[in-house]
Design a protein around this ligand. Structure first.
Ligand SMILES: Nc1ncnc2c1ncn2[C@@H]1O[C@H](COP(=O)(O)OP(=O)(O)OP(=O)(O)O)[C@@H](O)[C@H]1O
Length: 240
């Protein structure tokens, strides 16, 4: 792992107290580069860490034809423990005629419920997700543009009266650095069989930001810092 990424992940883990001695940490792996890299990085961290904790990798199969669960399981077994696969119909249901909601919205809600259930079954109190710095910035704009609110995905968030905590160890790491390292680790491209892949609001925001970043390389860092530098007195008193 590069020194920079190692430092940024370590800083996020420490800033948010993401892992404690004795934790059983469920690691949600999607087949994408971010979560695969996160699992690999957490395995390296575990070897050097002054605390002991367990990593429990899981994948929720959305139920499309030509899924990649067996290939993903075999890849994960090369550098981590045996990965549990839960076979579901989340993706198929989300794209079915009965669903009146946005498919991505329903699919991710169903997946989150499955992840919470799996954590409970496996005695895990923490769930690690592979969201990175770019995802966190994009979510801020998605929420503003499409839901009229200001907020994003936080690096650590507790649920069910603190019984389960979702953590995002890559919260400070940029996507481009993850892609570079994933290439070095020779992670294959798993073809996403989801019909909505690449057609989400996130893709629209991502394209917009790419254009904006092109002109000034400070902008990404400034947006990220702004999320921790709120001037509440300079915002509106209530929603109109
Ligand atoms: N099918 C799944 N099974 C388990 N975890 C998942 C699944 N899909 C997503 N996740 C978790 O949620 C995070 C964010 O999901 P998202 O759909 O944005 O990921 P992705 O872009 O498909 O893949 P990645 O973030 O791994 O590159 C993932 O990093 C992963 O931790």
């Amino acid at each position: 792992m590069s020194r920079k990424v190692n430092h940024l992940m370590g800083k996020a883990l420490s800033d948010y107290g993401m892992i404690r001695h004795g934790d059983r940490l469920m690691v949600a792996v999607s087949g994408g580069k971010d979560s695969l890299f996160m699992l690999n990085a957490l395995e390296s961290f575990k070897k050097k860490a002054p605390i002991a904790f367990d990593l429990v990798p899981v994948y929720v199969d959305p139920g499309f034809d030509n899924g990649f669960a067996p290939a993903l399981k075999s890849l994960v077994s090369r550098f981590s423990g045996s990965m549990t696969v839960r076979y579901t119909d989340h993706g198929v249901r989300a794209h079915g005629e009965d669903n009146r909601e946005n498919p991505c919205f329903l699919c991710s809600r169903l997946r989150r419920t499955s992840l919470f259930e799996m954590a409970k079954e496996k005695g895990c109190t923490r769930i690690a997700l592979g969201h990175n710095k770019d995802d966190i910035i994009e979510t801020l704009f998605i929420n503003m543009f499409y839901s009229g609110r200001m907020g994003t995905m936080v690096p650590s968030q507790s649920f069910f009266k603190g019984n389960i905590t979702i953590i995002r160890p890559l919260a400070y790491v940029e996507k481009k650095d993850i892609v570079k390292l994933a290439k070095r680790l020779k992670f294959p491209d798993f073809i996403n069989p989801c019909p909505s892949d690449g057609h989400s609001k996130r893709s629209v925001i991502r394209d917009m930001l790419r254009e904006i970043y092109r002109d000034n390389h400070h902008i990404k860092g400034n947006i990220f810092r702004a999320m921790g530098n709120i001037e509440a007195d300079y915002l509106l008193k209530k929603s109109l």
